[in-house]
Write a protein that binds this ligand. Structure first.
Ligand code: 2RA
Length: 353
């Protein structure tokens, strides 16, 4: 029998992409149950071309479920992923509730797939979308060159802040569109977009906002600390030096990251190209002379992490500078969660290689 899958948070921005992804990947699932808050119970949503009725989150919905994918707020996952696990499901969780728990593996299949098998709590965590936009490329380079340090600056899309982020950006764009007087005086963008800034601390249209997440000690944002802590855990490099600045840009979907990465070995641009050309889940798109490099407008809706602008540092033969783009709702969330769930499905059905 094929394993049963539950999608918890089936109606959200990531849940919607999860249903689309499951409709296009090789079908390894028997029943797929859609779970959401009681408010959405009874709705019919499409998955694999069939309408499925949404069930309200309750302990019984996990009976006979083999894998439960969660995309819900941290506090909902903290309460319900253990309930699913206690009922025998493997919970694959995309919240921040369990990522740094030492009894919960944090998995990116291209980088550390074997870690998924060691899950004493019956829970596997999916990394944050910004970490996921960088880590497949960093993992491939680290496997050959031994990473010692990363400096990163992100260019994060509005959808990282959920449907409210997408709606806010579109509303603000429609207010500034066609207004040739806006954007040249201090405060004029603020005046035109109005006081409701949605989930962002400053206007996002016609702007860049050096903030994502919540304030932590020392002036760091939660998002910047996630990049550091999660990269260390996934790469199994507890002392990796990481400094990040997270910035929101007026892009709907697809996070970009500019990275300066330092390695134990000497590097060259050609060696990096060679590694990245063969790396699973990576597309090398790097010909600056022809104007070829990844941008969110071209990458959105695709599965791989795209990398370009690869250069050896002018001042350090052990460092590379590069630019990556990844769809934050696909590889950054739903796709990686689905890939982890498929690893577990293969394990349960004995079809793993
Ligand atoms: C963001 N990384 O982009 C967050 C979402 N998990 O806001």
């Amino acid at each position: 029998d094929l394993p049963t899958l539950a999608i918890v948070g089936a109606t959200g921005a990531v849940g919607t992409v999860m249903r689309q992804i499951l409709s296009t990947r090789q079908n390894v699932w028997g029943e797929i149950r859609l779970i959401a808050s009681p408010r959405s119970a009874g709705r019919l949503l499409s998955v694999r071309g069939e309408d499925v009725e949404v069930q309200a989150l309750a302990p019984e919905v996990f009976d006979d479920v083999d894998v439960a994918m969660f995309d819900v707020p941290d506090e909902v996952s903290a309460e319900w992923a253990p309930v699913a696990a206690a009922r025998g499901a493997v919970a694959v969780d995309n919240s921040g509730a369990f990522r740094m728990d030492s009894d919960v593996p944090l998995v990116v299949p291209e980088v550390n797939a074997p870690a998924a098998r060691n899950r004493p709590k019956g829970i596997i965590a999916n990394p944050n979308c910004t970490t996921l936009s960088m880590i497949v490329v960093l993992g491939a380079l680290h496997a050959e060159l031994e990473l010692t340090q990363v400096f990163a600056a992100s260019y994060q899309a509005a959808s990282g802040a959920g449907q409210g982020g997408i709606d806010t950006l579109h509303d603000q764009l429609s207010k500034v569109a066609g207004n040739r007087d806006v954007g040249s005086q201090p405060g004029d963008v603020r005046r035109v977009v109005g006081d409701d800034l949605g989930p962002f601390p400053a206007p996002l249209a016609m702007n860049v906002v050096p903030w994502a997440g919540s304030l932590k000690d020392g002036g760091w944002s939660s998002e910047e600390l996630k990049i550091r802590n999660e990269s260390r855990k996934i790469l199994d490099l507890p002392d990796l030096k990481v400094s990040a600045t997270c910035v929101r840009v007026p892009v709907v979907t697809t996070h970009s990251v500019a990275m300066h990465a330092t390695f134990d070995r000497e590097v060259s641009t050609e060696l990096a190209w060679e590694i990245l050309r063969d790396a699973p889940g990576v597309v090398l798109y790097d010909d600056a002379a022809r104007g070829e490099f990844p941008t969110p407008a071209d990458v959105v809706g695709t599965d791989p992490t795209w990398v370009g602008r690869v250069r050896r540092s002018l001042d350090d033969t052990h460092s590379l500078d590069l630019f990556v783009c990844g769809d934050n709702l696909r590889k950054g969330a739903a796709l990686n969660t689905a890939q982890i769930a498929e690893l577990v499905a293969a394990e349960l059905t004995g079809s793993h290689k």
